[in-house]
Write a protein that binds this ligand. Structure first.
Ligand code: MG
Length: 298
């Protein structure tokens, strides 16, 4: 068995008893007083300690641990008091807007949020986002902005880079939300995408700059506010992408890969290159890779 493939999960009591009955046929005896139970089959061994820590080993460790982590009853947040967090979506996608959201999470909402299955939106399927986000939006104070492709391309044309655009959008949603909840003292976290110094340098000259921000990378897995914000932002992005797809009568592919190049080339060839201004981020290298059919005179 490949011992290098080891994954450790912190579970809760309910999950552990579920696991124990699930693997009942594969349970093996153990002599350690710290071990609750251990199981073993050809491709997997699991040791569950009395502390509810589970160690998965072997070829199937990754897959099998995702199943148990998936229900996520025991998401552990780094900070579990009142907080604002912001995150953005769409920055790596050639098609579609950039959506930025800030969410306000109070201590009393965190259990509800965790039970709902809120964690990093990148780990949640689109269908699940569409199911969860309306529940969040109904209960949680938030502020959200989607920047259309047309506006985005205009900003790039007058010299803004994407980081500056993101900084301005984050600042705007944070400002709006602090005003909405009438509290600018609460911990405010931004999922970090650049240095603090750079962030504020992009906001120079702006009248309403939100200061005292805590920047942290991977904040969506540590702060429930950032996780909620990333889900709402992702939801807005999906809704906007659906509308764009409908207007083209074809499903727009996400990301910035080969499929996207082909799709964009088709749009340009069918409707003219100018059409793309309302759909893509023109400064992406994808624009140079378009396969445009020259118009022939006959
Ligand atoms: Mg982020």
């Amino acid at each position: 068995m490949d011992k290098s493939n080891t994954i450790t999960l912190q579970l809760d009591k309910d999950k552990v008893s579920k696991m124990k009955s699930f693997y009942v046929e594969n349970i093996v005896p153990t002599r350690s007083e710290f071990v609750n139970f251990a199981m073993k089959n050809n491709n997997l061994s699991i040791t569950v300690y009395n502390s509810n820590k589970a160690v998965f080993q072997g070829k199937d460790a990754e897959y099998e641990s995702t199943i148990w982590a998936g229900e996520n009853l025991s998401q552990i947040w780094k900070y579990d008091k009142d907080q604002i967090g912001s995150d953005e979506v769409g920055t790596g996608d050639y098609f579609g807007p950039i959506c930025v959201c800030a969410a306000y999470i109070q201590k009393k909402d965190i259990k509800w949020l965790t039970d709902l299955g809120v964690n990093d939106s990148k780990k949640i399927t689109d269908n699940k986002i569409i199911e969860m986000a309306p529940k969040l939006i109904k209960r949680i104070p938030y502020s959200q902005i989607s920047l259309s492709n047309e506006k985005y391309n205009n900003l790039v044309e007058i010299g803004y880079n994407q980081a500056k655009i993101k900084a301005m959008l984050h600042n705007q949603v944070l400002y709006n939300l602090q005003k909405k909840i009438k509290n600018d003292k609460v911990l405010t976290v931004v999922d970090q995408f650049l240095t603090e110094r750079k962030y504020f340098s992009y906001l120079e000259g702006n009248d309403n700059v939100v200061r005292n921000i805590h920047f942290e990378t991977k904040a969506e897995s540590k702060y429930p506010s950032v996780a909620a914000a990333s889900i709402i932002a992702r939801y807005s992005f999906l809704v906007k992408m659906n509308a764009l797809s409908e207007s083209l009568g074809a499903t727009i592919p996400k990301g910035a890969g080969h499929e996207v190049d082909n799709f964009a080339s088709d749009i340009a060839n069918k409707h003219g290159f100018e059409k793309l201004n309302g759909y893509v981020k023109l400064h992406f290298v994808n624009t140079k890779k378009l396969n445009l059919i020259e118009e022939k005179e006959d």
